[in-house]
Design a protein around this ligand. Structure first.
Ligand SMILES: NC(=O)c1ccc[n+]([C@@H]2O[C@H](COP(=O)([O-])OP(=O)(O)OC[C@H]3O[C@@H](n4cnc5c(N)ncnc54)[C@H](OP(=O)(O)O)[C@@H]3O)[C@@H](O)[C@H]2O)c1
Length: 292
């Protein structure tokens, strides 16, 4: 269910009973290098968050594991008390080790602690949306999520969580979770060049479940392709604008959370995502992942 009641590109989406702008913001890049420790420039990081709100963004994606804790603290410092329209969403299921790795933390006691840590660091009584992050740093891993997801479903029953989602999940895990407790969103890796979830996105759209691509711009290795550069040059736009505009056009249930640590990039991305792509542009872009 997408509408155009926001001035941001893509309008809005109903995430359960919450309305969010389809153009959101992913806060992971605000922590230090390797998503560890504080940012080099704390004021600049706070300015990015405040700019997101000033631009009208109402969906911010975070995780206690970013920093760890640092990104949540920045969000709280910049934006608390939060505007009523803002939905800060978080993820549990992974922790950090001293080497900067992301070991799984999906035992029931670890998940309960992670919910408490998120509530406390963000200064909230209820978390609007919590994703169970599955797999590992190398990607998705098959296997039942029932024990972990049932724990989150219980915490939702207790009122600590408003809505549930899954991240880094296989299609089987998505539907297993949805059968345990309704999910409102799936957050997986997806972009112009990496399209493993094409079928899943369409099935989720039919169920009114959001799909939130992480690494929409390629993450730590920026998207690069001749077709992308050619379309961007023809439209007198940047490849990033084309990549974002393509995602918004790909399906109405796609919500954007591009990451940036720069106010300038944030503004550019909001403006660029409104780019209008023709059928010819899209056909050319499909070549990037071999879909044409
Ligand atoms: N669920 C998961 O497992 C998972 C995994 C990874 C990420 N995530 C979430 O997804 C969000 C998005 O992913 P991401 O931030 O890793 O990757 P991304 O959005 O694909 O790309 C971010 C990178 O693009 C650069 N960038 C952004 N706008 C730009 C512009 N206009 N010009 C030039 N460079 C630009 C950023 O650098 P600058 O800082 O210099 O702008 C940053 O290096 C994260 O913030 C996080 O919330 C979730």
């Amino acid at each position: 269910m997408s509408t155009t009641s926001s001035s941001l590109p893509g309008g809005t989406w109903a995430l359960g009973d919450m309305t969010v702008t389809r153009f959101g913001y992913g806060a992971m890049q605000l922590a230090g290098p390797g998503v560890m420790g504080p940012p080099a420039d704390r004021d600049a990081a706070l300015a990015v968050l405040r700019e997101a709100i000033d631009l009208g963004i109402t969906h911010i994606d975070t995780a206690y594991a970013y920093g760890p804790r640092i990104t949540n603290e920045l969000i709280r410092e910049a934006l608390h008390p939060y505007p009523g329209s803002l939905h800060v969403v978080t993820k549990v299921g992974a922790t950090r080790d001293e080497q900067g790795g992301w070991p799984p933390a999906r035992e029931p006691d670890q998940l309960r602690r992670a919910i408490d840590e998120n509530l406390e660091s963000l200064g909230l009584d209820t978390l609007d949306l919590v994703y169970l992050r599955l797999g590992d740093a190398a990607g998705r891993r098959p296997g039942s999520l029932s024990r972990a997801f049932e724990t989150l479903a219980e915490l939702r029953q207790q009122g600590l969580i408003r809505h549930l989602g899954v991240s880094n999940a296989t299609a089987e895990q998505v539907w297993e979770a949805h059968a345990i407790a309704p999910i409102v969103s799936v957050q997986n890796m997806y972009n112009l060049a990496y399209r493993d979830d094409d079928e899943l996105i369409d099935r989720l759209a039919a169920e009114n479940i959001a799909y939130v691509p992480f690494f929409p711009l390629g993450g730590f290795s920026p998207l690069q392709s001749e077709a992308l550069s050619a379309v961007a040059a023809r439209l007198n736009a940047t490849p990033i604008s084309v990549a974002l505009a393509w995602l918004l056009r790909r399906s109405p249930n796609i919500l954007l959370i591009p990451g940036t640590s720069s106010v300038r990039h944030l503004r550019e991305n909001v403006a660029g995502a409104g780019l209008s792509l023709s059928d010819e542009d899209v056909a050319e872009l499909e070549k990037i992942s071999g879909q044409a």
